[in-house]
Design a binder for this molecule. Structure first.
Ligand code: SF4
Length: 358
C-alpha cells in the first residue's frame, strides 16, 4: 500500500479515512507541518477555520479516598488516612457558586473509588444539585470508571446504576479515567481498576440508558505507540458502532510529580503531534479538545493541529497535585488562542445540554 503524505492528503481531501497503519506511519515520518495540513482537512469537515469554542469550568473533587491504587496517581489517599476527605454538600455548593459568579456554567465532579460511598450518596448529591441549580448549570456527574465501581459496590448492574443517576437529574458521565485503553497498559499500572472490555460495555450501557458521554485519553506515561494506537482504533470503532454518540474527545498529558510512577513529561511538540493524529484518525468525532489544564499556552497551539474546543479550568486537584498549573486569567488564556490565529466563542450550557446523539 502507498504510504506518503501526498497519498494521505488526497485521500482525506476526497473524504476518505486513514487506517491504524497509516497513523503509525505518519507518527514516524510526517513533519509537524504535514500533520497540521492533514488535521485541518478533517477539522474543516466539522468546523469553520479560525474559530474555536471554549468553556469556563472547574473540577470539584468531592473525595480523595480511593482503593484503586493507580501507580501514576498523586491524588488518592487510602481509607483511614488522616489526609483523606469527603466534602460536604455545602462545600460543594460554595465551589459551584464561586464558579457561577465568575461566569462559568459547567463543572465536573470527580473523586475516587471510595468504599464508604454507595449509590445512595450519589443520588442524594446529584438530586440536591439539580434541585438547587435547575438547568442554569450543567455538570459531569462522574467518570465512567467511578460509575463502574459504584455499581459493583452497590450490588447493581451498570444499567441499573445509570437509571438511578438519570432519575436523580444526571445528564452527563464523562469518559475520564480511560487514560490508555489497552489491557497491557492496565495490567502494568492498575489491574484493580477495570478491563478495556468492561469499560466499553459500561459506556454502551450509559448511552443506552439515555445519558451523554465523552471520550478521553492521557499520554506520556510509559505507553507504547501500539498501545496508543489500540486506544484510538477501539475508540473509533466504538464511535462508528454507536453512530457518533460520544460528544467529544479530550487528550491530556501525564504529570509525574508526587506519585509512585514518576518519570518525565513528554515534550510540548510530542503532545501537538499526537493531537493532530487524533484529529486525523478520529474522523467520527465532531469535537477534538485540547488540554489547557496540562499544557497551558501550548494547548492553544493545538488549535493549529486540528483541535476546535478547550476548557479554561479553574481547578482540578488531581492534576494540580501531580504538577499541573492552573491559570485563572481568562483573558490571558483566550489571548494564547488569538496569538495562534483563532477567534474564540464561549460555548454556553445550552449547547452542552442539546448537542448530542443525532
Ligand atoms: S487515578 Fe482515580 S482511580 Fe486511580 S488511584 Fe487516582 S483517584 Fe483512584
Amino acid at each position: 500500500m502507498t504510504q506518503s503524505f501526498q497519498h494521505f492528503e488526497s485521500c482525506l481531501r476526497g473524504g476518505g479515512r486513514l487506517q491504524r497503519d497509516d497513523i503509525s506511519w505518519l507518527w514516524q515520518n510526517a513533519t509537524d507541518e504535514e500533520l497540521q495540513v492533514l488535521a485541518n482537512i478533517v477539522r474543516r469537515r466539522f468546523h469553520e477555520p479560525g474559530v474555536a469554542t471554549y468553556v469556563l469550568m472547574r473540577i470539584i473533587n468531592y473525595t480523595n479516598i480511593c482503593v484503586a491504587k493507580c501507580d501514576y496517581c498523586s491524588f488518592f489517599r487510602m481509607p483511614g488516612s488522616p489526609e483523606g476527605y469527603v466534602r460536604s454538600e455545602e462545600w460543594i455548593f460554595e465551589k459551584i457558586d464561586e464558579l457561577v459568579a465568575a461566569g462559568g456554567d459547567f463543572f465536573g465532579l470527580n473523586g475516587g473509588f471510595n468504599p464508604a460511598l454507595k449509590i445512595g450518596y450519589y443520588v442524594d448529591l446529584f438530586s440536591s444539585i439539580r434541585r438547587r441549580y435547575g438547568d442554569s448549570i450543567e455538570f459531569y456527574a462522574m467518570t465512567v470508571v467511578e460509575l463502574i465501581y459504584v455499581a459493583k459496590l452497590s450490588n447493581l448492574s451498570v444499567r441499573q446504576t445509570v437509571d438511578l443517576l438519570r432519575d436523580a437529574g444526571v445528564r452527563w458521565i464523562t469518559g475520564g479515567g480511560a487514560e490508555v485503553l489497552a489491557d497491557s497498559f492496565r495490567q502494568r499500572h492498575n489491574p484493580l481498576k477495570y478491563t478495556v472490555a468492561e469499560y466499553y460495555d459500561s459506556l454502551r450501557d450509559i448511552l443506552d440508558g439515555g445519558l451523554k458521554s465523552t471520550a478521553t485519553m492521557v499520554v506520556g506515561f510509559d505507553e507504547t505507540l501500539e498501545e496508543r494506537l489500540e486506544h484510538l482504533e477501539e475508540l473509533r470503532n466504538f464511535q462508528d458502532e454507536t453512530k457518533n454518540s460520544l460528544f467529544s474527545f479530550l487528550c491530556w498529558t501525564y504529570k509525574p510529580e508526587n506519585n509512585q510512577l514518576g518519570g518525565k513529561e513528554i515534550s510540548p511538540s510530542e503532545y501537538l503531534r499526537h493531537l493532530a493524529l487524533c484529529r486525523i484518525y478520529l474522523d467520527n468525532f465532531k469535537h477534538i479538545r485540547t488540554s489547557v489544564l496540562t499544557q497551558n499556552a501550548n494547548a492553544l497551539r493545538g488549535l493549529q493541529y486540528g483541535a476546535d474546543d478547550f476548557d479554561i479550568p479553574w481547578e482540578d486537584e488531581v492534576t494540580q497535585m501531580a504538577g499541573a498549573i492552573v491559570d485563572r486569567d481568562v483573558n490571558r488564556v483566550l489571548g494564547y488562542a488569538h496569538e495562534s490565529g483563532f477567534g474564540t466563542v464561549c460555548r454556553p450550557v445550552a449547547f452542552q445540554a442539546t448537542a448530542v446523539r443525532k
